[in-house]
Design a protein around this ligand. Structure first.
Ligand code: BGC
Length: 758
């Protein structure tokens, strides 16, 4: 009897469950199409292939793609670009496959399409949300002009371990800022109407927690409790979903022991049921197959697990294509499950208007109109200038004077191949402007002499590993001594030294984790030798991650962090070095003093045995024997050529009720000699609550321009949600009690006020 009752409820649930999904979403054209499809054709739509035109990030590249499209075995491809090529691909599907279903054309447009912006970690350092949305909009315009209708971006993985090379690809360590950026990018790519030929499907990735691999090693295990997940790591993915992102990509790692691509809790419970996501989910590159290596069974078993868990599309691995039919026959997967995945993919094609016009993205006139336009290049330059972070300005050497003779040295000073940064497969390397060119272009009257001075690394083995996509590190035929002497001679004959040093582009990015994140030895030697000349020295530091630069920081040098700045690299750097733009970037990931401090981030919790406030070592306190707890450079840190003073921090009410906003105001004065932009940052500390609170958390910011001598009142409004957190039951709540509000120039700010939530 009990069994019959149970069976009845299961049936009822399946019936209404299916009914409610359909009632919510049915698109008649898609339903008609589905009713005509064979099981094999439905499975075909779940298959995403690449003929190998882009970066193949796994060990396989798809074979016989054309035949498979004709046979109705492909739902989308990536690595194909250009209106003509995309038209050919669509032709194969439209003219040869039985049901003439158009293809999705995907691509990784991570920081600009052909007009490459700085790496995303750099872009995030601008804290300029409107600019980030605009950049995504223009990237979509360029990419769609080249036939692409689906972007594998934004990458929103929170990263607190700079050993992990893909920290370069995201917005850093903070969930609040990360969520704002995720939302802006989705809006930028998708626009307001996906049927417009200059908008595209966005794909938020990598769900989930991919940025927290053990030991910072790519693809490694992730182990994290739910409270931390919900509060610290999931907000950017959720923000993308709330912004209407059309697709989601899973991550390579496991979560609670189950790889993301086979994780039902993740894809079904969290993403669809809790967050209400109604688009489709794609795996990462062969991540379904990789579940075999994770130890979850053979290809048929892992593919069945993936689709049953809620994965809709299989990237490159063809596990769905080759095993799902058998799994249906074996009773391991239902046809309804496959139909549902297929429905979601067809709906995405429908949303793009591809059924109406499969050639919507194949307008041969568009590339010339939309790609690498003056407007796009000037945007790339603007973003680059705004992404630079002034880490140190020794003796206020910066901005440089145009009367000074410059010795421009360093292995990255004239290295076109390293300007675009990692994950820029669609960028135009040959157009990238080097620092030498940028200085010469923009300041033709300044006397500039150039010498390489050092190799990026002298280690040929490392060079080989980072040269996978072409020469990034060229170990010179000249000896390191000869290279260095040349640079020192130039330095001695000049008024000021600008040394462009740091990482080659592929020293960060995918599968580019490092256990030593300092400046490579060859360049350290150069820097030290330059400093010994006694000439004022500016380090222009390029990297895809926070570096450990304690030694260089302690030298009498100025340091401008420029990431990998994109196609306009040299022009942007020249503008900032000479003060045409006053740097305003702020770090979005903490810079540790040394590798042993990792993970280190501003919103860490206090312990029961906090270290002394003076930083002095105390036995039986939470501190190190050999290093302070504080980082070298805090989250939010960044200097300007001018100085700012904060005062009069107030809240509009000392007591608030649940659901009420709070207005926080501060007076900001430009006290220096230049006009400038400050990123005013607001941090909140929930003093007492039911689970241990972080020391402080970013909950608001505003970019403010002030002329020299100018004073402004800056107001930031905290919304009721800004006071909330996920408690132990994973309920999103604000608990009564005192909140401390900190406002200032970085996360170390001590300027404080309080309010009381009743
Ligand atoms: C990366 C993804 C990317 C995919 C397709 C994978 O290796 O993890 O971010 O979208 O390749 O290029």
């Amino acid at each position: 009897m009990i069994n019959i009752v149970k069976y009845f409820w299961v049936l009822l649930f399946v019936f209404f469950g299916t009914f409610s999904i359909r009632a919510q979403k049915t698109i008649p054209q898609v339903e008609t199409l589905l009713s005509q499809m064979t099981l094999e054709e439905k499975i075909g739509q779940l298959n995403l292939l690449t003929p190998g035109g882009g970066i193949a990030t796994g060990s396989v590249v798809s074979k016989n793609v054309e035949d498979k499209i004709k046979a109705g075995k492909v739902g989308g491809v990536f690595g194909v670009a250009g209106p003509e090529k995309v038209k050919q691909a669509q032709d194969i599907a439209i003219k040869n496959s039985r049901l003439k279903i158009p293809l999705l054309i995907g691509s990784d447009i991570i920081h600009g399409y052909k007009t490459t912006y700085p790496i995303p970690l750099g872009v995030s350092s601008s804290w300029d949300i409107a600019l980030i949305e605009k950049a995504a909009r223009l990237a979509a315009k360029e990419a769609t002009a080249d036939g692409i209708n689906w972007n594998f971006s934004p990458m929103v993985d929170i990263a607190r371990d700079p050993r992990w090379g893909r920290i370069a690809e995201g917005a850093g360590e903070d969930p609040y800022l990360g969520a704002k950026i995720a939302e802006a990018m989705v809006k930028g790519y998708q626009g307001t109407d996906l049927t417009q030929p200059n908008t595209m499907l966005a794909c938020v990735k990598h769900l989930a927690l991919y940025g927290a691999p053990e030991a910072g090693r790519d693809y490694h295990t992730v182990d994290m409790g739910k409270v931390k997940m919900y509060n610290q790591y999931l907000p950017p993915y959720k923000a993308a979903v709330d912004a209407g992102v059309a697709t989601v990509m899973t991550s390579f790692n496991d979560i609670d022991g189950v790889p993301a691509s086979g994780n039902q809790w993740l894809m079904t419970h969290l993403l669809r049921e809790q967050w209400g996501f109604d688009g489709f989910v794609v795996s990462d590159y062969t991540s379904v197959n990789e579940m075999i290596a994770h130890g979850l069974g053979d290809l048929q078993a892992v593919s069945a697990q993936a689709i049953n868990a809620g994965l809709d599309m299989d990237m490159v691995g063809e596990g769905f294509l080759t095993t799902l039919k058998k799994s249906v026959e074996d009773g391991k997967v239902t046809e309804a499950q496959i139909t549902q995945a297929c429905r979601r993919i067809l709906e995405a094609k429908y949303k793009l208007g591809l059924f109406e016009d499969p050639y919507r993205y194949s307008d041969a006139k568009r590339p010339a109109q939309d790609i690498l336009t003056k407007e796009n290049r000037s945007l790339a330059k603007e973003i680059a200038t705004k992404s630079f972070v002034l880490l140190k300005n020794h003796n206020e050497v910066l901005p440089l004077k145009q009367t000074a003779n410059v010795a421009l040295v360093g292995p990255l000073a004239h290295s076109r191949n390293n300007m675009l940064g990692t994950w820029a497969p669609t960028g135009e390397l040959k157009l990238a402007v080097t620092v030498l060119e940028g200085l010469n272009n923009n300041f033709p009257n300044v006397s500039i002499s150039y010498a390489k001075g050092a190799n990026i690394t002298d280690d040929p083995e490392l060079a080989k590993k980072v040269n996978v996509f072409g020469p990034r590190v060229q170990v010179s035929d000249q000896s390191p001594e000869t290279l260095m002497n040349e640079a020192i001679n130039l330095a001695q004959a000049s008024d000021v030294v600008v040394a462009v040093v740091g990482e080659a582009t592929e020293m960060s990015g995918e599968a580019a984790s490092r256990t030593d994140i300092s400046i490579p030895e060859s360049q350290k030697k150069l820097i030290n030798a330059l400093v010994k000349t006694g000439k004022p020295t500016v380090l222009v530091l390029m990297s895809g991650r926070p570096l450990t630069i304690q030694e260089e920081f302690d030298l009498p040098v100025s340091i401008l962090q420029v990431w990998h700045p994109g196609v306009e690299a040299g022009n942007a750097i020249a503008e900032v070095l000479y003060g045409n733009y006053n740097p305003s970037g702020k770090l979005t990931a903490t810079w540790p003093r040394n590798i042993g401090q990792i993970p280190i981030y501003h919103s860490a919790k206090r312990t029961g045995r906090p270290a002394s406030v003076t930083g002095e070592f105390q036995k039986f306190k939470s501190n190190y024997l050999d290093t302070p707890n504080t980082p070298l450079l805090a989250f939010g840190y960044g200097l300007s050529y001018t100085t700012f003073e904060y005062s009069n921090l107030t809240v509009d009410k000392r007591e608030i009720k649940q659901g009420e906003p709070v207005e926080v105001s501060v007076t900001l004065k430009n006290t220096g000699d230049y006009d400038g932009v400050e990123v005013v940052q607001l941090y909140l500390r929930d003093v007492v609550r039911s689970i241990t609170p972080p020391k402080k958390q970013l909950k608001g910011f505003q970019k403010v321009f002030l002329k020299k001598g100018e004073t402004k009142k800056v107001t930031i409004t905290l919304s009721p949600d800004d006071l909330k957190f996920y408690n132990n039951n994973l309920e999103f709540v604000a608990e009564p009690g005192i909140f401390e509000v900190f406002v200032g120039t970085n996360s170390d700010t001590q300027l404080k006020t309080v309010f009381d939530l009743k």
